[in-house]
Design a protein around this ligand. Structure first.
Ligand SMILES: *Cc1c(COP(=O)(O)O)cnc(C)c1O
Length: 406
């Protein structure tokens, strides 16, 4: 018999979990597609997708089947051995991107760590170990491990965790390009890589203009620096292309993926060109769980779905519809929200009241959304929703704004 010793009542008001999250007291027990259900059988439309993770919604039958089939065969081997499902996923990711090489990790922050290490070692091998600074941008989010946190640069997240890891410098993404160029030029001998999200997600759905990405590419090429795109949030169809960089045509040397790649199964990946990844020889990096067979089976299934002909065209059509609905509501409730931000299904509404109030009002109308920097409410639906979901969400948001009317 399995012992149940240690079980406690959930209703006890002392939580043994770290207090590091401000949790909403809703207890969801199951989900189906774009909906989640509480222990009291209340239905919510989930436009958080677990923070841009469950791009195909909850309990997707095709993804579930892939997980169940793999669970019966083999869960975990470690990277001591050849893993065919890793080879398969890596070759598919490379076939649809700029990349030639992939390292599998378990989270976004680990994908970022891998990119930072890859960039530094690239220069080290060339005898340029002074090229070790990572340039990133204000409003960025790259994760919570100590190096990714230094790249994130958010004072609130760094507080109490000093010393901040050395070798990170940040600039405002709003700087005029000429001014940024001057500042970067002054330190180019020390720059290993420039790290940027094509759309800042956590920062509040801040779309980086193509002209900026084009400038960064030019600068990196001219100064032997690597360009890293953090597509942990923007990748895997979230913006209407498989990767957000494809909208701009600017290709990075390294790219970080995670969130949407596993539809909720933990996975991260760092993709690179042959050249950028060339210094990562045996023993230079590793991960016990990275490339786990369950994660590989799930991510391959996610790719099957995202690469269906017309899937992204259809998803874009529905996201355009949602954008239009959001614009209408923003017009109608102009005292509460501004015009929508973002691209594809990475959308946001800048609130004119505290964004938490708007998010709460949506939640009271059974629509789940989430916050972002700059007082934005983020809207991150599954990529496969229909017109009906859009209409429902629009009604709920309209009602939420009406509820907030003074
Ligand atoms: C969420 C996120 C991360 C961190 O991912 P974790 O899986 O939470 O470590 C890094 N970069 C971006 C752009 C993200 O949105």
């Amino acid at each position: 018999m399995l012992s149940n010793r240690g079980a406690v009542m959930l209703s006890s008001n002392y939580s043994h979990l770290y207090n590091s999250y401000a949790r909403i007291p809703l207890n969801f027990t199951h989900g189906q597609g774009a909906y989640v259900y509480t222990d009291t059988a209340e239905e919510y439309l989930d436009f958080t997708s677990g923070i841009a993770v469950t791009g195909f919604g909850h309990a997707h039958p095709y993804i579930n089947e892939a997980l169940e089939q793999q669970a019966k065969k083999l869960w975990h081997l470690s990277n001591l051995f050849t893993i065919e499902l890793q080879e398969k996923l890596a070759s598919r990711l490379c076939a649809i991107s700029f990349a030639d090489k992939v390292f599998f990790a378990n989270s976004g922050t680990e994908a970022v760590e891998c990119a930072i290490k890859t960039a530094r070692r690239y220069h080290f091998i060339q005898g340029n170990s002074e090229k070790n600074t990572i340039v990133s941008f204000c409003g960025a989010f790259h994760g919570r491990t100590l190096a990714a946190l230094a790249a994130t640069g958010n004072k609130k997240y760094l507080e109490g965790f000093a010393p901040k890891a050395p070798g990170f410098v940040q600039f405002s993404p709003q700087l005029p390009i000429a001014e940024l160029e001057q500042q970067l030029q002054a330190m180019h001998n020390n720059i290993a890589a420039i790290l940027i999200e094509p759309i800042q997600g956590e920062g509040g759905v801040n779309v980086i203009p193509d002209s900026m990405l084009q400038f960064l590419r030019r600068f990196c090429d001219a100064n032997n620096c690597l360009l890293i795109f953090d597509e942990v949030q923007t990748g895997i169809g979230r913006t209407g292309q498989v990767f957000a960089y494809q909208h701009s045509g600017v290709k990075p040397d390294l790219m970080c993926l995670a969130k949407g790649l596993g539809n909720g199964f933990p996975i991260g990946a760092c993709l690179g060109t042959e050249k950028a990844a060339s210094a990562m020889t045996p023993g230079t990096h590793g991960s016990t769980f990275g490339g786990n067979l369950l994660a590989m089976a799930v991510a391959n299934a996610v790719l099957d779905l995202i690469l269906q002909p017309d899937f992204l065209a259809q998803s874009t059509e529905i996201s355009n519809l949602l954008y239009k609905e959001l614009s209408k509501i923003a017009n109608k409730h102009s005292a509460i929200i501004e015009a929508p931000l973002g691209r594809g299904f990475l959308l946001g509404l800048k609130a004119k009241i505290p964004n938490e109030k708007l998010i709460t009002a949506c939640r009271n109308n059974k629509l789940l959304t989430l916050g972002g920097g700059n007082n934005v409410m983020r809207i991150l639906p599954p990529l496969n929703i229909t017109k009906e979901h859009v209409e429902q969400a629009a009604q709920k948001l309209d009602k939420a704004c009406t509820d907030l009317q003074p």
